[in-house]
Design a protein around this ligand. Structure first.
Ligand code: UD1
Length: 416
């Protein structure tokens, strides 16, 4: 890809990756056919479909619609091959314990952004009366009866909140999850569970109160728009001094991001279901601190580094969620970024132009951040291993091209 173009135009954002996978897992909680619409066409959706098939479900993925037919007695053991390809598949743990009283889920393994333990998932399920152990690389959870309990999370973990919530909806009595994560994707999950018949109070707050019910019914649900993808386009517009209209995202889910970009000099026009971001000059440096929602999302930290790399002034970026998330900064440095990391801080001194280089995408968001940086680099940049980006950004290259970027995707002979 060649840098230099000003991105101008409109992009449509579809459903959130971090929501759809959990909604697909939630379907396990009810016998019958659940339909999920506005699903992103990303590889993780068919991978999650394979996980559900390995549990006895019939799953049809047709464009943006996923139909899941759940049997009366789903299997309790997720297939190793399917789970190992998809970390988010661990979210079948809660629904399986609730439905089958037993779950065997292979440990999903490490990740380029840092270690991702399951201790809070397990502690929460144990509070509900389950026994959990790690055996031969698998989490084995069993419970004769699940009983409501008071659970305090050490940290508002997204995955732990989801797993405990999906177990608690079918537990006897009342569960209170304190210090729960309150990401919009968790609200989306609560809405779907409520449509299925679950009784959840405090949706959208850090205290979720779940009154267990004896059974849930299948439903039809539309996935919320992907706020991380929407915000990525906002950063792309700001960095290229462009004007991009983003549709399909609730702009209030990225209030903080848009406010940061306004501090950097952008103008925003907010509408229902979208926004337009315009940047006329070089962005000014601003600081970013990642935190659980409603803080600045860790998934956008690479975009924060990218905009800081070309901003006027010096920015401090603090990463509080994943310990290894700065690994990709060395790739930014190859593109000419003046960036230094120390522990969970990065200091970035903005330069006027970056310069092209071959760089490697190590995960979804780092990959997207590198592409944004390459939009501001002189010359032709090659970004390798872009299949990571495909996992979070449907039609990324096509969308960039429609906004005016000079970018193409080439398949390369692995022997090269
Ligand atoms: C989800 C998102 C991911 C996002 C992250 C934080 C999905 C598929 N992924 O990941 O894109 O970056 O939320 O917004 O939705 N932790 C523990 N013990 C646990 C669980 C978590 O120590 O039992 C730690 C993790 O190592 C991490 C922090 O808590 O440092 C946050 O993790 P968590 O919120 O659970 O993230 P995920 O659900 O894995």
């Amino acid at each position: 890809m060649s840098g230099g173009a000003r991105l101008v135009g409109t992009v449509d954002v579809v459903g959130a990756k971090n929501s759809v996978l959990k909604l697909m897992a939630a379907a396990l909680l009810a016998e019958g056919t659940t339909t999920i619409t506005n699903c992103p066409e990303i590889l993780d959706v068919p991978l999650m479909a394979d996980v559900l098939r390995s549990l006895g479900c019939t799953v049809d993925v047709d464009g943006d619609t996923v139909t899941i037919d759940v049997p009366a007695e789903p299997g309790a053991q997720a297939d190793y091959k399917s789970v190992s390809k998809l970390r988010a598949s661990v979210c079948v743990l809660g629904p399986l314990v609730a439905r089958c009283r037993r779950a065997v889920v292979p440990l999903p393994g490490g990740d380029a952004i840092g270690s991702r333990p399951l201790d809070m998932h397990q502690a929460g399920l144990r509070k509900l009366g389950a026994t959990t152990e790690i055996e031969h690389g698998r989490v084995v959870a069993t419970a004769e009866t699940l009983r409501g309990a008071q659970i305090w999370l050490d940290f508002p973990s997204v995955g732990a909140t989801e797993n405990i919530l999906m177990a608690a909806v079918l537990a006897e009595g009342t569960t209170v999850i304190d210090n729960a994560a309150r990401e919009p994707e968790i609200v989306d999950l609560c809405l779907m569970l409520s449509q299925m018949g679950a009784k959840i109070d405090g949706v959208g707050t850090s205290t979720l109160t779940v009154h267990g019910v004896t059974g849930l019914a299948p439903t039809t649900h539309r996935v919320i728009g992907d706020r991380i993808v929407g915000a990525t386009w906002a950063f792309a517009a700001a960095m290229t001094r462009g004007q991009v209209t983003v549709r399909g995202v609730d702009p209030h889910h990225i209030d903080l991001v848009l406010d940061k970009l306004r501090s950097a000099g952008a103008r925003t026009d907010i509408e229902a279901g979208g926004f337009t971001l315009t940047m006329d000059g070089r962005p000014r440096a601003v600081d970013f601190v990642t935190l659980p929602y409603p803080g600045f999302a860790t998934d956008l930290q690479p975009m924060a580094i990218a905009v800081s790399a070309v901003a006027d002034g010096t920015s401090m970026i603090t990463e509080n969620v994943f310990e290894s998330r700065f690994r990709f900064v060395d790739e930014m440095v190859r593109l000419g970024a003046d960036a230094r990391t120390d522990g969970h801080h990065a200091v970035v001194r903005g330069v006027d132009r970056l310069s092209s280089a071959p760089v490697w995408a190590s995960d979804i968001r780092a990959g997207a951040g590198l592409v944004l940086a390459a939009l501001c680099a002189d010359g032709v940049t090659e970004v390798w291993d872009v299949e990571h980006i495909d996992r979070g950004y449907p039609r990324f290259v096509e969308n960039l091209r429609s906004l005016g970027a000079e970018i193409s995707r080439v398949s390369v002979d692995p022997e090269r």
